[in-house]
Write a protein that binds this ligand. Structure first.
Ligand code: B1M
Length: 197
């Protein structure tokens, strides 16, 4: 990967073609029963090591804070690679990101959002079985009077589910989450740096 960077390959191409595409293939093989959990875990570890190499290019050095984002993967869901990519790209775009981690219960989302006066609360879910936890979290955030806008994402989530559960926005990938967060807060891209090409 360092070689690709030195050769001038874009961060976006490395991410999409070198990291995400192979992991998708692992997922497909897992679905077919050609690969098993330890292999999926090893692939995830390789992906994480790869992401660490490009992390400085994703997070950049931004001076003007764009807003506060509290992000986490919902309860009973342990997938964090996509959520961490979203977090890194938001950081790169100048947001202050408080990453609550994985398996985040709705009450921790509420506490995190309140304590940090979140402008955006970002929820990730990778399992169809944890989508109900996303729904509950959105409901509890609203019930608690959290003022920040709520955005959702993750492989099984789509716009109609986001609408159904009352989220303020949905994005299918990390760069889209940055665009969405800016849009919801009325920030123009030119006011912030950290674009990844
Ligand atoms: Co899991 N797993 N996994 N897994 N795993 C999936 C999700 C699965 C689709 C694989 C498959 O069967 N083909 C399947 C879910 C099926 C379903 O629900 N329909 C699955 C399963 C079944 C499971 C277990 C139940 C397996 C088991 O134990 N029998 C288990 C569940 C554990 C749990 O969470 N309780 C499990 C475990 C694991 C590992 C621990 C081994 C590992 C995760 C390691 C980790 O995250 N630290 C793992 C992995 C690696 C995968 C796959 C292969 C890859 C996920 C990934 O990281 N993708 C996955 C198959 C697949 O997706 N192809 C699979 C790369 C990442 C960049 O993409 O996370 O989608 P993604 O994020 C994207 C977008 O979704 C979006 O932006 C990112 C890209 O820019 N996005 C957001 C994500 N969050 C967002 C939030 C936003 C906006 C955008 O705004 C807030």
């Amino acid at each position: 990967m360092e070689k690709e960077l030195q050769a001038g390959t874009s961060v976006s191409a490395i991410l999409k073609e070198g990291l995400i595409a192979p992991l998708d293939e692992v997922g497909r093989r897992f679905s077919r029963g050609d690969m098993f959990l330890p292999e999926m875990l090893a692939a995830a570890q390789a992906m994480k090591a790869g992401v660490e190499v490009i992390r400085p290019l994703l997070t950049g050095a931004e001076t003007k804070p764009a807003g506060v984002v509290v992000i986490g993967t919902v309860k009973d869901d342990l997938h964090d690679i996509g959520k961490d990519l979203v977090a890194m790209m938001l950081e790169g775009a100048g947001f202050q990101v408080i990453n609550l981690g994985i398996n985040v219960d709705h009450s921790r989302f509420v506490e995190g959002a309140m304590a940090n006066k979140a402008d955006i609360v970002a929820l990730s879910a990778l399992l169809t079985t944890t989508m109900p936890a996303m729904k509950t979290t959105v409901a509890k955030l609203k019930e608690a009077g959290v003022k920040g806008r709520i955005i959702v994402g993750g492989a099984p989530v789509n716009q109609s589910f986001a609408d159904e559960i009352g989220a303020d926005g949905y994005s299918d990938d990390a760069p889209g989450a940055v665009v969405l967060a800016r849009k919801l807060l009325g920030i123009h891209a030119s006011e912030s740096h950290g674009e990844v090409h």
